[in-house]
Design a protein around this ligand. Structure first.
Ligand code: GLA
Length: 744
């Protein structure tokens, strides 16, 4: 079937009478062929005559698809390197990066994982000790393919699960050492897909502290290109995600594939164009932080990777990920609930507060209609009080000088405050950073051996802190107990869990993954003990914004940069992978702390409305009566918009990287209504502002916007005229609109 020059397309394939694509789920198609079929996607592979798994196809439904035919070995051709391999191992002629690379007890690194059997399970089993997607037998089916390297006795079970509604296929694998000597796992990519030749682009999210989630699109060139985190966390630098798209795909049109790793630690993404121009993409654990020994009888399960497909461009890919993650990954009792508007003490107070000052701020918050008051850093430590960032981390006891009556008594005074507008008692939340320790702390004095360290190497401090070794059971137990004690001690309804540095001076390359397993054990324990608490992840902003964290907690702090212009880029970027419901977004003072820009309060608020957890970090006592009135209105607006952000489908109508008028539309799943958030970054004169074409509406339906009726077709094909005349003179820059759209 395949020409010897290697280029192939769907047209090259022979039609067969395989099962129609209406057969959703995981299926074996007769003679060792497998189909993972979703509503809008098909994933196929088969076992060849040698027992190798060969990848056939991933893309739009293709009923009648025939298996990929091997080119065979000829001349300088090697069967392995010219093949689309489903689970590439190493050492037998595939000169590309493998999904699995083990060093056997003999020292050899050659493996041949051949097919020995398979079975299909309705639903989806849990992954031991790891976060993963979940669902009932109605939502998902799982195909487990059993492979074995017969010379060493190592078994690999590949678990594929298909969520037909979201065009999502997940994969992880378990290695079991059935041999007689200890092996070492050098590389274990959860997903590896051979996409074939053609023009491909890759899209990734990268950044820095205060500059997270910058979307970058580049051509897939010959050779390897990829990125990694070796910080021990998913990191600010790169996110554990990559999209592959034909170069013609746009935000709204064309095939788009997203690969996302359900993991919060060091990871690796490789995209490699090699022989015959074939492109392989893989995502998984970072080999620099692995070298995992596996003794006879032991097993090792990789984190889960998710692959989604959309024929509706990057926007469709994002919506598939959002829906999958909201419905089948994030399992907090808060995931599907609207979030309380909050006021966080950090930017308005930093470490400089007393219980009286906090109470005044809380009282103010309640008067403004804010429902949750969050006490950020600075409340703990006795012998080494946390009144600056040099001391106290690790000592999770309330500072008795700041709270002479104790934390419980303080929280009671907060809960006694009634939130304006009949919103009930003011809720209380607190900040913790349990994975860290300041050398100046009672914990470090008692347990200097509990931190990550490597022999006599200097224990490098960052922000005057060291990182606890969560691979140790006693450290996990300490955190579970110390944090549990605080959470039991008072009526705490929200927790911001911070993590402000990366890992170095590691005792072993295996430590970061063992640390993650330890962290997940801690999170499992605390979220199970406190299911009602709303947890928010944070790592100096968005340094650990990943699907692993989303499994436990419904939201993460998106960035320490709250400047609205910067935030537009960060939030639109983050939304490429993560549901907007998971973004924490706050309104801070102007000029802003981070870039010093002055912007209107309303613009800052309208930008923060994009996220599921909306809040303020303002010095409320310093606000004018006019600003207070505006904040009260903003709170009411946030409560109106929030259901759309929590439950709606996001359409990125215009991107801040490309347009002066970025816009996001959230459409309720039943299509009955939507909310449009539209922005003008700079004022422009004598320019015909483009009409804003909406998406996701019903062509035939009639919609009402600000008293005017439009058909869905007009809104989507012609567009909406937004009037950007300067309303907030003298500054006409940074304008914004929130428009509610209702089907008539
Ligand atoms: C980190 C967080 C901030 C704040 C401080 C407190 O930087 O990202 O939001 O909580 O820690 O020290």
């Amino acid at each position: 079937m395949t020409a010897s020059n290697g280029t192939t397309s769907l047209n090259d394939r022979k039609a067969t009478n395989s099962a129609p694509s209406a057969d959703l789920g995981a299926r074996a198609l007769g003679d060792k062929q497998f189909a993972l079929t979703a509503q809008g996607a098909d994933y196929r592979f088969h076992v060849d005559a040698d027992g190798e798994l060969v990848h056939d196809y991933f893309g739009a439904p293709a009923p009648g698809l025939a298996p990929w035919e091997s080119r065979g070995a000829n001349g300088w051709g090697h069967k392995q390197v010219d093949e689309r391999r489903e689970f590439p191992d190493h050492g037998r002629g595939d000169f590309r990066l493998p999904a699995i690379h083990v060093r056997h007890g003999t020292g050899s690194t050659v493996s041949f994982f051949e097919y020995v059997g398979h079975h299909i399970i309705p639903g989806k089993p849990k992954l031991p000790g790891l976060p993963a997607t979940f669902g009932t037998p109605e939502d998902v089916t799982t195909l487990v393919v059993h492979l074995e390297d017969k010379r060493s006795g190592i078994k690999a079970d590949l678990s594929y699960s298909v969520f037909p509604k979201y065009n999502a296929i997940t994969r992880s694998f378990t290695l079991t050492n059935g041999g007689t000597s200890t092996i070492e796992i050098q590389r274990a990519a959860s997903f590896s897909i051979d996409f074939g030749s053609g023009d491909w682009d890759m899209v990734s999210l990268s950044g820095e502290w205060c500059r997270e989630a910058k979307e970058t699109r580049r051509k897939v060139q010959i050779g390897t290109q990829g990125f990694q985190s070796s910080t021990g966390h998913s990191s600010h630098y790169f996110n554990p995600f990559v999209a592959l798209l034909p170069s013609t795909t746009t935000e709204t049109h064309g095939p788009a594939y997203g690969l996302s790793l359900v993991y919060s630690g060091s990871f690796n993404v490789d995209v490699e164009r090699h022989a015959f121009n074939l492109v392989r993409a893989s995502i998984g654990l970072n080999p620099l932080h692995l070298s995992w020994p596996l003794a006879p009888g032991e097993s090792f399960t990789t984190p889960e990777a998710v692959a989604v497909y959309s024929s509706e461009g990057l926007g469709g890919m994002s919506r598939n990920l959002h829906s999958l993650y909201r419905n089948h990954l994030s399992r907090s009792s808060w995931t599907q609930r609207e979030r309380p508007v909050l006021l966080n003490s950090w930017e308005g107070m930093y470490f400089d507060f007393t219980a009286e000052m906090l109470y005044t701020r809380a009282k103010d918050a309640a008067e403004l209609g804010v429902s949750l008051f969050v006490l950020d850093d600075g409340w703990f430590g006795d012998k080494h009080p946390r009144v600056h960032d040099n001391a106290g981390l690790g000592d999770w006891v309330v500072n008795p000088r700041r709270f002479p009556a104790g934390l419980d008594a303080f929280v009671k005074t907060v809960n006694e405050l009634k939130v304006e507008g009949g919103r009930g008692p003011l809720k209380f939340g607190i900040w913790v950073e349990p994975e860290m320790v300041n050398p100046s702390s009672e914990l470090y004095e008692a347990h200097p051996d509990w931190v990550l360290h490597s022999g006599t190497h200097k224990r490098t401090e960052m922000r005057q802190q060291l990182i606890l070794d969560l691979s140790k059971r006693e450290v996990q137990d300490y955190i579970i107990e110390a944090i549990g004690k605080i959470l039991w001690s008072a009526h705490i309804e929200y927790v911001k869990w911070d993590c402000n540095r990366g890992m170095h001076e590691l005792p072993s390359p295996t430590t970061p993954h063992a640390y993650m397993l330890g962290l997940y054990r801690v999170l499992e324990s605390l979220t199970t003990s406190f299911p009602q608490i709303l947890f928010e992840g944070c790592a100096s902003g968005g340094g650990r914004f990943d699907p692993g964290i989303l499994y436990y907690w419904p939201q993460s702090w998106t960035s320490d940069d709250t400047d609205p212009i910067e935030r537009l880029h960060i939030q639109f970027g983050t939304s490429l992978v993560y549901p907007p419901s998971s973004m924490g977004c706050h309104v801070s003072a102007a000029p802003g702390e981070q870039v010093g820009r002055t912007t209107p309060l309303l613009f800052r608020a309208h930008v923060a409305l994009m996220g599921g957890s909306f809040g303020f970090e303002l010095e409320t006592e310093k606000m004018s009566a006019e600003e207070r009135a505006q904040v009260t209105e903003i709170v009411a607006l946030a409560e109106r918009v929030n259901p759309y952000v929590i439950h709606g489908d996001l359409y990125r109508l215009a991107l801040p990287d490309e347009s002066n008028w970025p816009a996001a539309l959230y459409v309720k799943p039943d299509g009955s209504s939507a909310v449009l958030l539209a922005y003008q970054i700079y004022a422009r004169i004598r320019i015909d502002t483009p009409l804003l074409r909406l998406q996701g509406l019903d062509h035939a339906a009639v919609y009402e916007i600000d008293g005017v009726h439009y058909t869905g077709a007009v809104l989507m094909h012609v567009g909406l005229k937004l009037d950007w005349k300067p309303e907030h003179l003298p500054a006409a820059d940074h304008q914004s609109k929130v428009l509610f759209i209702n089907r008539v």
